[in-house]
Design a protein around this ligand. Sequence first.
Ligand SMILES: [Cu+2]
Length: 209
Amino acid sequence: MRSRIWILVAGVIVAGVLVGFFVTRFLNPTPPQIAATTTSTTLQGRPVVSLNLTTVAAVGTAGQGNGEHPNWVGYLPTTYLKVPAGAVVHMTIDQQDGQTGLRNEYFGLVRGTVNNQMTLNGKVMSALDAPLAAHTFTIPDLGVSVPLEGVADNAPANAQEVIEFDFVVPDKPGLFRWQCFVPCAAGTLYGNGGPMQTLGYMAGELQVG
Ligand SMILES: [Cu+2]
């Protein structure tokens, strides 16, 4: 009789642990995060850290979700980023996707970066023609937004556009949502479904501190 009670108790505990895992890991998974690389440079008296992302038309099995949506557009290796508080983030994005175009031309402006500028393949720019955009890198709460030029249809295979910019993050730790504002999710309603609505593809989190 006693041993039966213990088997029952053990069973309830095991079931509880499994439910706990289901809730925390499956329903609300914590995706892997990449941390910015420290550099020996300073800008405006702040340490400069660097991050390198790649935007692709289809993430394959390399991106978020371990191949759950191989045909979804996305940022690689992830959209979960971590940077130290008070740093200048030097971002390099290898943009390999085609031109979708912006619906809202405002996002063609480079905003909130150092000097409100970016470089596109080494050339300093402060705006991009709306139809040329493939994606944007936008952190609304920090006022940062950078349009990323798409690769032209007639470009050679493996062509990419390299976009670089710097932005300052707050001195206090915080969590900031970021996303793309090009409706780039081909095949979904108004291009705003699927990867535009799922963290890890065209949206993510910037953890400061
Ligand atoms: Cu996008």
